[in-house]
Design a protein around this ligand. Structure first.
Ligand SMILES: Nc1nc2c(ncn2[C@@H]2O[C@H](COP(=O)(O)OP(=O)(O)OP(=O)(O)O)[C@@H](O)[C@H]2O)c(=O)[nH]1
Ligand SMILES: [Zn+2]
Length: 350
């Protein structure tokens, strides 16, 4: 069995530069292909490996696509991660439900295929949200529009996408057709890593199968977390027909924003620029005098819906970032209390 070499796995000079002389001989670079509660799976030049984590590092701090240095010599019982290399990009989101922790989705992704279909699923607010996520992560976004075969008139959708983000490439395709791979070939070649994002039913699994040549029905690997709840922590890493890699994330209906303010401002650069011209720095762009945003709306230069979507996203971002900061503070307080309790408790056995 031959395995892909490091370069084929996406390794490049940026990662190599992070190793010091001692590490080059002693440690092995490998790329993470799935993350479980207590261990990770990785792929390197010698094939797949299971790695344990060193003290002080949890699986919540690593993501599929990460490059890590594996220590395969120190402990005869198990291979371990020595350290995680700096990432060139990191997609993350807020965890589901009331959990406000940041959840890592995928690391070192070059291109995010923001997938939507030409039908009722088409939703500008959702696309902007995905776009903000991609830009904040440092990933190139591409709009991949599926079910083109079912739509009589693509133009209104294509126009809407151009208004939304003029510089983002748009590809319209039938996800079931093998031509789809050729249409996306620019982003799927050797050394490139892509990820798919989009709501349920838009055709992500279908497209993944077309791009990889496998029928990779998303297999969520369920793990029990510390509280015994079932969580989906594993993501899959698949070889693309064109030589690159696909990180396949389970359907994400609602991406929770947090810490992506820069991404939002980039997506709404036109509105943000207008807002910078308002008379008051804390202008709410409502009825304030000297509001450049309202002036643009009146002049027909700005769609009021777009202003509303910007405000909604910013509010959501502010709220989530705040709760994240609060949760971190709470976590620290909790940690302190646990330590105090431990200190106070008599120790019967060690
Ligand atoms: N006609 C047509 N059907 C498509 C296309 N893409 C996907 N489908 C169909 O749409 C349905 C849903 O596709 P999936 O690939 O399962 O969608 P998904 O995004 O993976 O959905 P989740 O797994 O729920 O996230 C399937 O019946 C596909 O065959 C397309 O481009 N054209
Ligand atoms: Zn204003």
């Amino acid at each position: 069995m031959t395995y892909p070499n490091l370069k084929e796995l996406g390794w490049n000079a940026e990662f190599l530069r992070q190793l010091d002389i001692d590490e080059i001989g002693r440690l092995t670079p490998v790329r993470l292909t799935s993350v479980h509660r207590d261990r990770v799976e990785a792929l390197g030049e010698d094939g797949p490996r299971t790695l344990l984590l060193p003290p002080g590092l949890t699986t919540g701090e690593v993501a599929v696509g990460d490059w890590v240095l594996a220590d395969t010599a120190s402990d005869p019982e198990a291979d371990r991660i020595d350290r995680v290399l700096d990432r060139k990009s990191l997609l993350h989101r807020r965890a589901a439900g009331t959990d406000v922790r940041d959840q890592l989705i995928a690391a070192n992704v070059d291109t995010l295929f923001i997938t939507s279909s030409f039908n009722e699923d088409f939703n500008p607010a959702r696309l902007e949200r995905f776009l903000a996520l991609a830009l904040a992560a440092g990933v190139q976004p591409v709009f991949v529009m599926t079910k083109a075969d079912l739509c009589d008139d693509l133009d209104p959708y294509l126009d809407a996408l151009r208004d939304l983000a003029p510089s983002v490439p748009v590809v319209a395709l039938d996800a079931r057709d093998s031509d789809a791979a050729a249409q996306l070939a620019d982003w799927c070649g050797p050394v490139q890593t892509v990820a798919l994002l989009g709501s349920s039913g838009v055709g992500k699994s279908t497209l993944a199968a077309t791009l990889t040549g496998d029928d990779i029905v998303t297999q969520d690997i369920r793990d029990d977390d510390a509280k015994g709840r079932h969580t989906t922590t594993a993501r899959s890493f698949h070889r693309l027909k064109d030589g690159g890699w696909l990180i396949d994330t389970p359907g994400m209906r609602a991406v929770r924003l947090a810490g992506v303010e820069e991404g939002i401002d980039a997506v709404f650069a036109d509105v943000a620029e207008l807002a910078a011209g308002c008379r008051f720095t804390d202008c709410q762009h409502d009825t304030e005098p000297g509001c450049a945003v309202q002036a643009a709306i009146e002049a027909g230069d700005l769609d009021p819906d777009r202003l509303a979507r910007w405000q909604k996203l910013k509010l959501e971002e502010a709220r989530h970032s705040e709760s994240l900061a609060q949760a971190n503070a709470r976590g620290k307080r909790f940690g302190k209390i646990v330590k105090e309790i431990k200190r106070a408790k008599p120790r019967y056995r060690e």
